[in-house]
Design a protein around this ligand. Structure first.
Ligand code: PXP
Length: 249
């Protein structure tokens, strides 16, 4: 079974819109776990636009499933990860003006800086994941650099679905699935764990969940969006059902 890690950043986005105390990400994590989440993910951004350091401390203390910390490879974030010891460190590129993570890491260009960062994370006993495009050269660079996990960027697939009128079987979407499928096989052949995520929704998740070799899907925005209408527990449970169905189709 593919595991579902639920990114709850956007619960904090709503809270920060008013700079107040609700909705509480800890409560959201409880509801997500009751809905079947296998892991909880948060991204501490440099500008702290949603999750705050205090959220990380509170979630670390409270959450009983694996807690994943998404971050940019900076000295500040390295110190935070080493202090709080999440169950996995997920490295992403971070642009100050981006709305969300826009692309995978350029491990080829950034190898020496990433290598030192990864070594320290691993010395502190945490697995470290690279958010990476479906590109064989980048995957090989991630392996050489010391990453233990690759998370394949599914954003281009999600965009292809939107651009093609929400079709899941037009040529552009199938081509994107094919690229992701090859990337997943390549990660697995190098002996690394392969995860995937970004832009996945209740509608489009089936295409990616049908790919063999994926260990975890990391999904946030769509789950939090639907939770406004159904509640978090139900939204997560529906996503789990969609993943299960796609795997057995
Ligand atoms: N994986 C990574 C590396 C991300 O940066 C994000 C967004 O924070 C996600 C997965 C989840 O993406 P989405 O919110 O579009 O489901």
């Amino acid at each position: 079974m593919i595991k579902l890690c639920v990114n709850i950043d956007h619960v904090a986005t709503v809270r920060q819109a008013r700079m107040t105390v609700e909705p509480d990400p800890v409560l959201a994590s409880d509801e997500a776990v009751l809905g079947g989440a296998d892991g909880i993910t948060l991204h501490i951004r440099e500008d702290r636009r949603h999750m705050q350091d205090s959220d990380l401390y509170a979630l670390k203390k409270h959450v009983e499933v694996p807690l994943n910390l998404e971050l940019a490879a900076t000295p500040e974030m390295l110190a935070l990860a080493c202090k709080t010891k999440p169950d996995m460190v997920m490295v992403v590129p971070e642009g100050r003006n981006e709305i969300t993570t826009e692309g995978g890491l350029n491990v080829i260009e950034d190898a020496s800086r990433l290598h030192d960062f990864i070594s320290t994370v691993k010395e502190n006993g945490m697995p470290v994941s690279a958010f990476i495009d479906a590109d064989e050269a980048q995957i090989e660079a991630a392996k050489a650099c010391g990453f233990t996990v690759c998370e394949i960027h599914t954003g281009p697939y999600a965009e292809a679905v939107i651009k093609n009128g929400f079709s899941l079987d037009c040529d552009a979407v199938l081509e994107s699935m094919q690229q992701i499928s090859h990337a997943v096989a390549h990660v697995c052949s190098l002996g690394m764990q392969c995860n995937a995520g970004h832009g996945l929704t209740h509608h489009n998740v089936s295409g990616i969940a049908s790919i063999k070799g994926i260990t975890e899907l990391h999904i946030g925005h769509s789950i939090v969006s639907r939770s406004i209408f159904t509640g978090m527990r139900q939204s997560v449970a529906e996503m789990k059902t969609s993943i299960e169905k796609a795997q057995h189709a």
